[in-house]
Design a protein around this ligand. Structure first.
Ligand SMILES: [Zn+2]
Length: 236
């Protein structure tokens, strides 16, 4: 029996006919989460006026970071880069928000919110695909935020200190998350999950409680102690 990790309905009540790509297919995502019903899957792809869908926000931001780390000598491979929301100058490596969106009040705020919801959505679907435990009540705060657009959950990213970047081509071609012992340890100790994509590390909360305490502790004990580490920033 299938049971949707987002709305908790099962295949007696709703359909599970469409493929729910954990990472957007347009980014090369090939992995499918089987326990996502059609209406929840549709919701993540639904575009609102002047606001990107959750899936599109992830695609746009991840495409931009791929573009920024691309080798300038090999820039022809990114010639096809196109964006609904951003004006990109390949030669100068400049990125600007298109005028019609720039004038829209709260555009950046809404865009960032869709992106954050998308990152948490990927986490929960990948976790279900790999560990099969996303129905756990511990993750209710992610359901409320990503699926129902309620509350707010912080997302952090680690900015590289130096422009020397590690490019993991396999991760770019078929993005996926991992849940290894070190990832489970990070959850036990700090209630966090970290993954690397396109030159940045992203940090998510895996529990709704005492989030400030956990992130501050992680920053003090891990990020700041490591000389080669990146700087921790919060996405608004
Ligand atoms: Zn559902």
């Amino acid at each position: 029996m299938k049971k949707c990790i987002w709305c908790s309905r099962n295949d007696h009540d709703v359909n599970f006919n469409t493929l729910a790509h954990t990472f957007p297919q347009s980014l090369g995502g090939k992995n499918i989460c089987l326990n996502v019903c059609d209406s929840c899957n549709f919701e993540f792809g639904k575009k609102q006026s002047f606001q990107p869908s959750v899936d599109l926000a992830v695609k746009e931001i991840f495409n931009l970071s791929r573009f920024l780390i691309s080798d300038s000598k090999n820039i022809s491979s990114y010639k096809r880069f196109s964006s609904e929301y951003f004006k990109v100058n390949l030669q100068r490596r400049q990125i600007n928000i298109k005028m019609k969106y720039k004038l829209q009040s709260k555009f950046q705020e809404n865009f960032a919110r869709s992106f954050k919801r998308g990152i948490y959505k990927i986490f929960l679907e990948e976790r279900e695909r790999i560990c099969g435990d996303s129905h756990s009540e511990e993750f209710n705060f992610i359901r409320e935020f990503s699926r129902y657009n309620l509350n707010d959950v912080p997302l952090y990213y680690l900015k590289p200190r130096y422009p020397i970047l590690l490019i993991d081509q396999e991760q770019l071609d078929n993005p996926k998350l991992h849940f290894m012992e070190s990832d489970l340890e990070l959850h036990r100790k700090y209630r966090l999950y970290e993954f690397y994509y396109g030159g940045y590390s992203y940090l998510l909360h895996t529990n709704a409680f005492m989030q400030d305490l956990h992130i501050n502790k992680y920053n003090a004990e891990v990020v700041l102690k490591n000389k080669n580490s990146m700087n921790l920033s919060t996405l608004v």
